[in-house]
Design a protein. Structure first.
Length: 338
């Protein structure tokens, strides 16, 4: 089978011919149909974060495909099922986080395309209990971005506890942001889309954004203050200064939801303590959603409540696709179609 492999943090991915893996106990073998390219895959390939994966490995955690074989003891899926392989590839299932509905905080978790081989390949094996069924009617091309970009931003909107008519600023309109603004709109938020690209801001308006701010041509803090300030700011960018702008745009009692993860070398975000305390600001870290969150994301899409903006690429073009994302040329999500 073909697989795009990280052999070094300083070298492009290599397209290799590997044996088709065999599912072990509790695992399924999935023939990959589509796999989205997430910025996290790029961070993984470059070793950007403090806890680094170990080359060689196969990235990809937005994989969607068909179960071709099951290992011993599998009851969650059958051959022929279409499933998604999300970031949370495995958790212990027994700790207080797992049993309380916060499996994404499990300290024993394994992550698809990071600590275990992912979906930038023709086939992948996965823990059957953490492969999420894709409902009939959800196209694999749409399901791939929903598997991470969708569930991550859906969870961010959930933990923000947005009330109808609150102003919600989305910083970064791309693979994640174009979905975040739709979820914020669904729960009744007045959505402010912030980006440096007129093209992406045009997309935001098409998807229902109430206001747009081009941070390349105007100060986003002043622009959002002129609208009354944001009740919630969800940051999907990976630049520390953007987090600081989002914080400054909040009105009293506002909530800053941190989603994007800048490379380690870019330094920390500066958090001013006096405004945080005196204005009653909440700073919330939001990690990816659970299996239940992803099931809800798929159900919403099947109901026609969300649109996925994506373009397909070939796995052979994995390195040029990474360049597109890093240079901001990707319209929203890029998806490898096997």
């Amino acid at each position: 089978m073909r697989a795009a492999v990280v052999t070094s943090f300083t070298e492009p991915l290599q397209l290799q011919d590997r044996p088709v893996p065999t599912p072990g106990p509790g695992q399924v073998l999935v023939r990959i149909e589509t796999s989205g390219l997430c910025h996290t895959d790029i961070h993984a390939a470059h070793g950007d974060w403090p806890v680094k994966p170990s080359p060689p490995f196969v990235p990809g955690h937005e994989g969607v495909g068909i179960v071709e074989a099951t290992g011993p003891g599998v009851t969650a899926h059958e051959v022929g099922d279409r499933v998604a392989l999300p970031w949370l590839g495995h958790a212990c299932g027994h700790c207080d986080h797992c049993v309380s509905g916060w499996e994404t905080l499990c300290v024993r978790q394994q992550n698809t395309g990071y600590s275990i081989d992912g979906s930038f390949a023709d086939y992948a094996v996965a823990d059957a209990n953490y492969a999420v069924r894709v409902p009939d009617g959800v196209d694999p091309l749409d399901a791939a971005p929903l598997t991470c970009a969708g569930v991550t931003t859906y969870k961010a909107v959930k933990v923000a506890h947005i009330r109808p008519a609150e102003k919600v600023a989305i910083f970064g309109i791309g693979g994640l942001g174009h979905l975040a603004l739709q979820y914020a709109h669904l729960v009744g938020g007045e959505v402010i889309a912030v980006d440096v690209s007129d093209e992406k801001l045009g997309l935001a308006r098409d998807l229902g954004a109430d206001h747009t701010v081009n941070a390349a041509t105007e100060d986003p803090v002043s622009a959002i203050e002129a609208l009354g300030g944001a009740d919630v700011a969800i940051v999907l960018a990976v630049i520390p200064s953007v987090f600081e702008q989002a914080f400054a745009s909040l009105r009293r009692g506002g909530r800053l939801v941190c989603v994007g993860l800048p490379p380690e070398q870019d330094g920390p975000m500066k958090l001013p303590l006096f405004p945080t305390v005196l204005k009653g600001i909440s700073v919330i870290g939001s990690i990816v959603g659970t299996r239940q969150d992803l099931a809800e994301v798929f159900d919403l899409h099947a109901l026609g409540r969300t649109r996925v903006i994506a373009e397909t690429r070939s796995l052979e073009d994995v390195n040029s696709a990474i360049d597109e994302v890093l240079e901001g040329r990707a319209p929203a999500r890029l998806v490898f179609e096997m």
